[in-house]
Design a protein around this ligand. Structure first.
Ligand SMILES: [Zn+2]
Length: 217
């Protein structure tokens, strides 16, 4: 399948990346972001982590700073919602998204996808698509104990090098997660290999996304 470029080479691209927790954006779309940022287009990024509390705030900030080194501009929105309790904070989160909408104008929104089994992820997916209604919204995947991986419908092929940088980045920046039995090289590489197989990625690896609506020209 021929890959269609998401933007004209060299043209600026504005990205809003949203994650419930400090490592979500990196797990779901780290390889895609690193690849875009290594390209020729100037990229402006708004980086939003809703539950970045205590040590996870430092992790989120250090990780975003490292990934976004090549961004033309970057703005971090690190919030303190309690991990696991997002549905109980619905009103406040809804207000946050409304305010966010007024301060950004993204070409692409990266967020959780609607059938993610984690309640925080699912609510963020819902609020993103409710708020950014005239935007390209890409829902990324987070492998987890719940076994909620399903059928994605958009792929970004990764080079071997991009995947290696992504995995090294995850291992280096998220010390709080390394004790979790699933947080390892094999999980991330295995999923990327399967997604790469599904889209016949030239270097075998890919990240996959769920997209509700896409406008082509
Ligand atoms: Zn998460």
């Amino acid at each position: 399948m021929k890959a269609l470029p998401i933007a004209t080479t060299g043209a600026p691209l504005s990205i809003l990346a949203i994650g419930a927790h400090s490592d979500d954006i990196e797990i779901g779309a780290g390889g895609t972001l690193l690849s875009w940022l290594a390209g020729a287009s100037p990229i402006d990024v708004d980086w939003c982590v809703l539950s970045a509390n205590g040590p996870r705030n430092d992790e989120a900030r250090a990780s975003a700073d490292a990934i976004l080194k090549k961004a033309r501009t970057r703005k971090l929105h690190l919030m303190n919602y309690k991990d696991g309790y997002f549905p109980a904070e619905y009103m406040s989160l809804k207000n946050f998204f409304q305010q966010l909408k007024d301060s950004v104008a993204p070409d692409i929104v990266l967020t959780h996808h609607a059938t993610d089994a984690h309640q925080d992820h699912r609510l963020i997916a819902e609020l993103t698509t409710n708020t950014f209604r005239n935007h390209l919204v890409l829902g990324y995947e987070i492998p987890k104990w719940d076994g909620d991986l399903s059928r994605p419908n958009m792929y970004f092929a990764l080079s071997e090098r991009a995947l290696a940088i992504k995995i090294e980045h995850l291992m280096n920046h998220f010390a709080t997660q390394r004790s979790k039995d699933w947080f390892d090289d094999e999980t991330f590489r295995g999923l990327a290999r399967l997604r790469g197989m599904e889209c016949r990625a030239p270097e075998n690896y890919a990240e996959a996304f769920h997209v509700n609506k896409i406008l082509i020209s």
